[in-house]
Write a protein that binds this ligand. Structure first.
Ligand code: SAM
Length: 262
């Protein structure tokens, strides 16, 4: 139960029972759910999630942790471990291979790749019912921030265009072994329904948002000059002199549509 945590895998094992219970009750897994945990580690969340749901799939990259985890899980329920890098797991295919439209994701994420994991989830949002993630508190603040905020950026826009972002509670460093250098927070993400989702091309939105925030101090006409001229920006009903940090997520969708020619 006490392997030496590996820094290179972002291993900070949760040991404080109060936070473990709060996370499990936020997820509230039911027997009919297909729950997938990212980065089960030594099983701090895995075992109680498994006890509540009866079965669980977990994706872990560190080979050394898998036999111990599998052994500890035997009494708690049916645990299926996928030994893989989560960024290479196709959540849409995984859901469909289990005969469900949408799976539920949970995890105390490895912080060194938290943004790539979030962007990966956004790409599969149509196959995800909800997500409960532990992240750096500062990342959760960025995810939930609004236009005008200093931390509003690419992550805020891309996530808010795909999901409802609901910060739940913060978790101090002492709750982990070893303690991370930062505060953490748990967030719930609920993908928007097809009716609520925008209908612009994902790659076009991504290109516009990326270019706009790459030079966030510049006006949009400057930051987007490789993609749209001022007339194009105006056609999207956006002021070319505005800066990216003042635009609502829906403004980026209109810009992406003009960029894509629709
Ligand atoms: N869930 C455990 C807990 O709360 O104590 C461990 C959380 S620890 C912050 C992150 C976990 O993600 C570790 O078990 C680590 O080995 C695993 N991990 C790191 N990179 C990964 C990747 N690319 N794909 C899947 N798991 C990964």
């Amino acid at each position: 139960m006490s392997a030496r945590p590996k820094k290179s895998f972002g291993q900070h094992f949760l040991h404080d029972r109060r936070y473990i219970e709060r996370i499990v009750s936020a997820v509230a897994p039911r027997a009919e759910d297909f729950v997938v945990e990212i980065g089960p580690g030594e099983g701090a969340l895995t075992l109680p999630l498994l006890a509540a749901a009866g079965k669980l799939t977990a994706i872990e990259l560190d080979t050394d942790l898998i036999p111990g985890l599998q052994a500890r899980a035997t009494a708690a329920g049916e645990l299926h471990i996928i030994h893989a890098d989560v960024l290479k797991v196709d959540f849409t295919a995984l859901a469909h291979s289990h005969g469900v439209e949408r799976l539920r994701l949970a995890g105390n994420l490895p912080y060194y790749i938290s943004s790539p994991i979030l962007f990966h989830c956004v790409e599969h949002a149509g196959a995800i019912k909800d997500m409960h993630f532990m992240l750096q508190k500062e990342v959760v603040e960025r995810m939930a921030s609004e236009p005008g905020s200093k931390v509003y950026g690419r992550l805020s826009v891309m996530l808010q265009l795909a999901c409802r972002v609901e910060p739940l509670f913060t978790v101090p460093p002492e709750a982990f072994r070893p303690p991370p250098k930062v505060d953490s927070a748990v967030v719930r993400l609920v993908p928007l329904t097809p009716e609520e989702r925008h209908d612009a091309n994902h790659e076009h939105v991504y290109a516009i948002v990326k270019a706009a925030f790459a030079q966030r101090r510049k006006t949009l006409s400057n930051a987007l000059k490789q993609l749209l001229d001022s007339d194009g920006i105006r056609r999207a009903d956006v002021d070319p002199k505005a800066r990216a940090e003042t635009l609502a997520p829906a403004d980026f969708v209109r810009l992406a549509k003009v960029y894509g020619g629709s």
